[in-house]
Write a protein that binds this ligand. Structure first.
Ligand SMILES: Nc1ncnc2c1ncn2[C@@H]1O[C@H](COP(=O)(O)OP(=O)(O)O)[C@@H](O)[C@H]1O
Ligand SMILES: [Mg+2]
Length: 305
């Protein structure tokens, strides 16, 4: 038997009256993942994370953290797990260090040296004596991570950690997430920023209106949409007709370019045919879809369905 996954959700549902905020969500986060939970505002990310952390009760389904169910095992289910939803809460009139001290005491006490360590990790050591009320949003987010780290988590759940930060704050937060991941902490983070998930995550679940529309490895997702080519020419209409005549069925015109899917051998054959037909090629390049295109694609298809 292998160890239980850090996080497993099966058939999670949350209803608020007639609204289905989370609709039969299945998720598996494996050890070492930086797992991106991607979806637009209102998709159900925070509600999902609340259920995963045992903060609210699912209408149906269950969540397990390292094999333990927060609803069955209580606080013990959160051993080795830390995180916060929609921003951490602190006493604004107390210093960062004092807030961490209080949180540590609630958890059964924590050494001053450990508080220094976590303040170092999030680069707040030099501001630790200042009142949290005077911290920027980014500093508060980082203090939230410091508070999570006091628990020495193996799994860290972060709800839109970069939302609302300025560009420098975002860069720092992404750097921090990478550092924590490189130290072996499994991370699940929600985001509505596609580029961020592409930058940080190895696996992703895309949620839309409470439903998961994709879950899997990020590289496989990007690959599945790859294999296509873009052809640029001054005669795109003629080029497209020629491609169709050569059996490349899906060839289409988009933004003045011809886009199509084909095996490399077929691409070589049509490039020769294009030349013979007197159609010049200014570019013929493989197309790598960005997550953004895929995301739009998926959500559009869903809207049609
Ligand atoms: N306590 C609540 N009562 C009623 N509706 C809620 C509650 N919490 C969330 N919702 C609704 O559930 C949906 C999902 O919200 P949320 O999980 O916060 O989305 P996200 O975090 O992806 O932006 C939204 O339509 C939101 O208005
Ligand atoms: Mg949210």
């Amino acid at each position: 038997m292998s160890d239980p996954s850090p996080l497993e959700a099966r058939g999670l549902v949350k209803r608020y009256g007639d609204l289905v905020a989370v609709d039969h969500v299945d998720l598996t986060v494996d050890r070492g993942d930086v797992f991106g939970y991607l979806g637009p505002n209102g998709a159900g990310k925070t509600t999902s994370l609340r259920m995963l952390l045992g903060l609210i009760r699912p209408t149906e389904g269950n969540a397990r953290l390292f094999g333990r169910d927060p609803l069955v095992d209580g606080a013990r289910a959160l051993d080795g797990v830390a995180g916060f939803v929609e921003g951490p809460r602190f006493y604004p009139y107390l210093s960062g260090r004092r807030n961490l001290r209080l949180l540590g005491d609630l958890d059964g006490g924590v050494a001053s040296s450990r508080i220094d360590e976590v303040l170092d990790i999030v680069e707040l050591r030099d501001r630790a004596k200042d009142r949290v009320g005077g911290y920027s949003h980014g500093m508060r987010q980082r203090l939230g991570i410091a508070a999570s780290l006091l628990r020495d988590p193996q799994l860290l759940l972060l709800d839109e950690p970069t939302t609302g930060l300025d560009p420098a704050g975002m860069r720092d937060m992404r750097g921090l997430v990478k550092r924590l991941a490189s130290e072996g902490i499994t991370i699940m983070l929600s985001s509505h920023v596609l580029a961020e998930v592409e930058e940080l995550c190895n696996r992703v679940a895309i949620i839309r209106k409470g439903r998961i529309i994709y879950e899997g490895r990020l590289d496989e997702l990007l690959e599945s949409a790859g294999g296509g080519y873009v052809l640029r020419t001054s005669e795109p209409e003629r080029a497209r007709t020629l491609l169709l005549a050569h059996g490349i069925d899906g060839a289409e015109l988009e933004q003045g370019e011809v886009r199509f899917q084909a095996e490399p051998a077929a691409v070589e054959a049509v490039s020769i045919a294009l030349g013979q037909a007197g159609i010049g090629i200014s570019a013929l390049v493989p197309r790598v879809a960005t997550l953004e295109e895929l995301f739009l694609d998926m959500t559009e298809h869903e809207a049609v369905a």
